[in-house]
Design a protein around this ligand. Structure first.
Ligand SMILES: [Zn+2]
Length: 260
């Protein structure tokens, strides 16, 4: 075993014995890890309250060399996830961030930028500046980008012909992006999207600092969407994520309001 230090976000805590938890942590340095926190359920636990769901903490852990669980030896609280009291929408959105990190990432596959994105998303959710729906969309699209799952939106995913965002555009979750009129024929599960939806998707997936970015780099923050475009966006993303994960995200049951 070797001792490691990391910054971690608590994604899940499962009771392991009368006194211990098994934690799933999303760390900036090592990606997702599972660690046993011995004695964490005792009243005077060595970890204080640093292990609550969605808490960011600095941890020290012993890494198992083969199989088994890592062993958490220290956790120091950095930041707690505190949405405004009684704001269930923001709370559920936080749980959804945890669910996506759990299901889209692999153990010991670090993505520091995705850690920073998740951290920034939770901070943004706890404030009341931007609508929850926009914060969630931004997290989803950027997470897809950072993990290499971003659907192709500007060119046909089959033949690379540019597909302008005009009129109606064919989109296939199965193929992984938009299809030109020639390639869409005979394909199953193709949906038709408005140009506005395609443009909104591209905006949400835009990195903060593209090389030739115009000064209003964070365009997603000020973008106004029509109600029907927002519903369309939710539909296509729900469909795409379900396809990617092989199941419907559980938190979607609680997040129906996002498409309204
Ligand atoms: Zn094509």
């Amino acid at each position: 075993m070797s001792a490691e230090k990391a910054t971690a976000l608590v994604l899940r805590a499962v009771e392991f014995s009368e006194t211990s938890y098994v934690l799933t942590l999303w760390t900036r340095e090592f990606g997702r890890i599972s660690a046993l926190a011995k004695g964490a359920r005792r009243p005077k636990a060595p970890f204080d309250s640093a292990l609550d769901l969605l808490t960011v903490c600095r941890i020290l852990f012993l890494r198992k060399t083969s199989g088994g669980l890592d062993l958490l030896t220290e956790a120091r609280l950095e930041r707690r996830f505190r949405p405004p009291h009684g704001d269930l929408a923001r709370l559920y959105a936080g749980y959804y961030v945890a669910e996506l990190l759990l299901s889209l990432t692999d153990e010991y596959d670090p993505h520091p930028e995705l850690f920073d994105l998740a951290d920034a998303t939770l901070v943004e959710l706890a404030q009341v500046r931007l609508p929850v729906a926009a914060i969630v969309l931004r997290f989803e699209w950027m997470a897809l980008r950072l993990l290499g799952h971003l659907p192709l939106l500007s060119a046909c995913v089959e033949c690379a012909t540019p597909v302008p965002a005009a009129g109606r555009v064919a989109f296939s979750a199965l193929a992984g992006g938009v299809l030109c009129p020639r390639c869409r024929g005979g394909k199953r599960n193709v949906i038709s999207l408005s140009a506005a939806a395609i443009e909104a998707m591209s905006t949400y997936a835009e990195p903060d600092h593209t090389p030739d970015a115009v000064p209003d780099a964070a365009r997603w923050k000020t973008m106004q969407l029509e109600k029907k475009t927002r519903a369309e966006l939710r539909g296509v993303l729900n469909n795409y994520l379900s396809h990617l994960l092989g199941h419907r995200p559980q938190m979607h049951d609680y997040l129906g309001f996002l498409g309204q």
